[in-house]
Design a protein around this ligand. Structure first.
Ligand SMILES: Cc1ncc(COP(=O)(O)O)c(C=O)c1O
Length: 260
């Protein structure tokens, strides 16, 4: 039976299980786990960013990303069916003290013309917008994929206004596969990207957060605060999933679900 409820029910392959059993481990909170260090290096390379952080879940990755880019009392723009808004237990309010300003679309794909009117400047009446969050592929919009130029346009305009962009790329390899582009092209304009190893890539747990070395350095502290420092987590299988994630996302083609 092929279980199509979700790509989160995918299981590790025998090669991944072997890699887990044989993985060299150490204390990752001391940054002494060679497998995690190799995984983080590889994730940063694949995404074309300076640094990466291994986190237990995509939700924690998004939570930390919002914290990295905002201060309490600010606004974050997202599409109105974003995972961050509907399925992450308001972590953005709880941990970062921010509010989401949701922007509805018919197909899940935001354009700059949709976003611009929702931006709030700092004034005596408004909390400022400091972050835009984009989900690619968009889960609740049936796995909708952002055209690269649409995302580039959003990021260029956001940056010209001093606003950061976080990409929830839980299934970014599916998007890369669909567009037949290296995943780093999709990640390039974003300030940070979260992607999941635990979904179509088949690892039992784990997600990666990538960005600048400075931001990821802070992210490491937020991960510890959230209880996400996992010591020896035997992540060989996860590293294997990372290595399986070919730059154009070749393997995700073989997996059942695309953003469902
Ligand atoms: C788009 C998107 N972002 C983030 C997550 C959160 O991932 P996790 O379940 O690992 O917390 C999911 C989970 O399905 C998702 O679909």
């Amino acid at each position: 039976m092929i279980d199509l409820r979700s790509d989160t029910v995918t299981r590790p392959t025998p090669a991944m299980r072997r890699a887990m059993a044989e993985a060299e481990v150490g204390d990752d909170v001391y940054r002494e786990d060679p497998t995690v260090n190799a995984l983080e290096k590889r994730a940063a390379q694949i995404m074309g960013k300076e640094a990466a952080l291994f986190v237990p879940t995509g939700t924690m990755g998004n939570t930390i990303a919002v914290k990295m880019h905002t201060e309490h009392g600010q606004e974050v723009i997202s599409e109105s069916r974003a995972h961050l808004l509907d399925w992450e237990l308001s972590m953005l309010a709880w941990f970062s003290g921010c509010l989401i300003r949701p922007v509805p679309t018919s197909d899940g794909i935001l354009h700059w013309k949709d976003i611009e009117p929702a931006i709030r400047p700092l004034s005596s009446h408004c909390a400022p917008t400091t972050l835009i969050e984009i989900e690619n592929t968009h889960n609740m919009a049936g796995g909708a994929v952002y055209p690269v130029d649409v995302f580039e346009d959003i990021c260029a305009n956001a940056h010209s206004r001093g606003i950061k962009v976080h990409l929830d790329g839980a299934r970014i390899f599916n998007a890369a596969c669909h567009l037949n582009r290296p995943v780093r092209d999709l990640a390039a304009p974003a300030d940070s990207v979260m992607f999941c190893l635990s979904k179509g890539l088949g690892a039992p747990v784990g997600s990666m957060l990538v960005g600048t070395a400075e931001a990821i350095g802070r992210a490491r502290g937020y991960r510890k605060r959230l209880g996400g420092g996992m010591r020896q987590a035997c992540r060989g299988g996860t590293d294997r999933a990372g290595r399986n994630a070919a730059p154009v996302g070749r393997r995700s083609r073989q997996r059942p679900a695309s953003g469902v």
